[in-house]
Design a protein around this ligand. Sequence first.
Ligand SMILES: Nc1ncnc2c1ncn2[C@@H]1O[C@H](COP(=O)(O)OP(=O)(O)OP(=O)(O)O)[C@@H](O)[C@H]1O
Length: 231
Amino acid sequence: MISLQKVNQLYGGTQILWDLDLEIARGSVTCIMGRNGVGKTTLLKCLMGLLSIASGSLTINGEDFSRRSAESRPRAGIGYVPQGRDIFPLLTVEENLRTALAAGRSPGGVIPEKIYDLFPVLKDMLQRRGGDLSGGQQQQLAIGRALVLQPEVLILDEPNEGIQPNIVKQIGDVITQLNQEEGMTVVLVEQKLGFARRVGREFRLMEKGRVVASGPMTDLSDDLIARHLAV
Ligand SMILES: Nc1ncnc2c1ncn2[C@@H]1O[C@H](COP(=O)(O)OP(=O)(O)OP(=O)(O)O)[C@@H](O)[C@H]1O
């Protein structure tokens, strides 16, 4: 459903993505993995239209998105949880969730109750300011916000970075639930091998701006880990 072909991307004169090919199947949970600086975040930003690609193609459900702006993604059913969460610290939890409604096809509307079923803590804290939440709660808020428009695809950039273990487990369970019960397609950048193995069904390993190995998670061998992940 998502296909990148021969994608090249540059920051000024520095090329980060090199003829990158990537296929994401509908209904899969795919972990993008690789050492620091190989271009994982850059890849997600290109997927989201936050960075423009110099050449190559990006198609979503067969439609060409290579040149479309970031605003097109929520309307195409794609939700995004950026690295570092990017919630609004001075807005309340409810206001943070509402900001996502504005990006939809028909601005306005209501926050789906489902979000509070997935993350009950958000309901308890609706009137608290985002900045007063713990890191784990902020991450739950960022994921909740990405789910407000009920996307078909959820893209997450290191959702577990700097988060306590019990919330990491909860986030993993939510991803599995969304995938298994709603058929949501999930793409995540993940550094934690244990989490990737538990939650991911597919892996893509990156090295120097390219995908160099891919397959079902059960094929992620010790040899591949030693070659492309170990520091
Ligand atoms: N705004 C920018 N301008 C110039 N170079 C950048 C910019 N953002 C990232 N880079 C560089 O692009 C390369 C890839 O960065 P990217 O964040 O995509 O890697 P990553 O695999 O996600 O790494 P990490 O795991 O550390 O987040 C790095 O060398 C980084 O320094």
